[in-house]
Design a protein around this ligand. Structure first.
Ligand code: CTP
Ligand code: MG
Length: 250
């Protein structure tokens, strides 16, 4: 594949409650990160995966991934090995290489760290939360295809199901927002490389997603249909939902 995917996985998972960093918590005996990477690796478009690991946990994450995927070194991996400091887990022409870098204190910083090691030949870059561990390979390929088709920034979205209200700091309702014009945003988000690089260079404030930085530059962002399976595992109930989804045929 000709697409690089950056996987921010350095978050603490505070909303899940006490425990390991979220990407390393297990669902059906496997870490969320391994679930996420297996699905990314199954997407035809993906040729490189860069994981931003919890700071200080880079080596142990690289060891975990090497053990989980058992991909021999060589090919692409040998090429990217020239860019320290990181751990190349594997890579050959058929399986994507995996690079592990240290994450930052914010998601945005983690993405920037991963972006910094992507070799120049990757013209399309996706950014995908490790926490969206069950995202189907078809969604990954669909986002990549939309970028390839000419959109410089692409996000998968779902309609909003709840009624949404704007409130004051004191929780008084200001207005009901028209739900029909709202979308819930998922990952992977896809970008032409130059657009993502510039967005990260120009960003002065913190954003919760990468498309937000592109919007801030005044550039268009295109929506494509998301997937219920791409839910972000955030609260304890999401682990229960994800486990149930794993039990279904996928
Ligand atoms: N992330 C990251 N670096 C950070 C913060 C978040 O790489 N400093 C990643 C998380 O690992 C996750 C994705 O960004 O894959 C989305 O973030 P979120 O769902 O908020 O995860 P956490 O920050 O881990 O969870 P919480 O906010 O509940 O602590
Ligand atoms: Mg967070």
């Amino acid at each position: 594949g000709d697409v690089a995917v950056l996987v921010p996985a350095a978050g603490l998972g505070l909303r899940l409650g006490p425990g390991a960093p979220k990407a390393l918590r297990e669902l059906a005996g496997e870490s969320l990160l391994v679930h996420a990477l297996r699905r990314l690796g199954a997407a035809d478009s993906v040729g490189l995966i860069v994981v931003a690991a919890p700071p200080g946990g880079e080596a142990s994450v690289a060891a975990l991934l090497a053990q989980s995927f058992d991909v021999p070194g060589g090919g692409l991996a040998a090429h990217v090995q020239a860019v320290p400091p990181h751990w190349v887990v594997g890579g050959e022409s058929t399986a994507p290489a995996i690079i592990v870098v240290g994450g930052g204190v914010s998601r945005q910083e983690s993405v920037a760290n991963a972006l910094a090691v992507v070799p120049a030949e990757f013209e399309i870059i996706l950014v995908h939360d490790a926490a969206r561990a069950l995202t189907p390979p078809a969604l990954v390929d669909a986002v990549a295809a939309a970028v390839r088709g000419g959109h410089d920034a692409v996000i998968p979205v779902l309609p909003v199901v709840d009624t949404i209200k704007r409130v004051t700091p004191g929780e008084a309702v200001v207005a009901t927002v028209d739900r029909a014009e709202l979308r819930a945003v998922q990952t992977p988000q896809g970008f032409r490389r130059s657009v993502l690089v510039k967005a990260h260079q120009d960003a002065t404030d913190q954003h919760t997603d990468d498309a937000g930085m592109v919007e801030r530059m005044g550039l268009p962002v295109q929506c494509v249909p998301g997937s219920e399976l791409a839910l972000k595992i955030t609260r304890p109930i999401d682990m229960i939902i994800a486990e149930a989804l794993l039990g279904e045929a996928q």
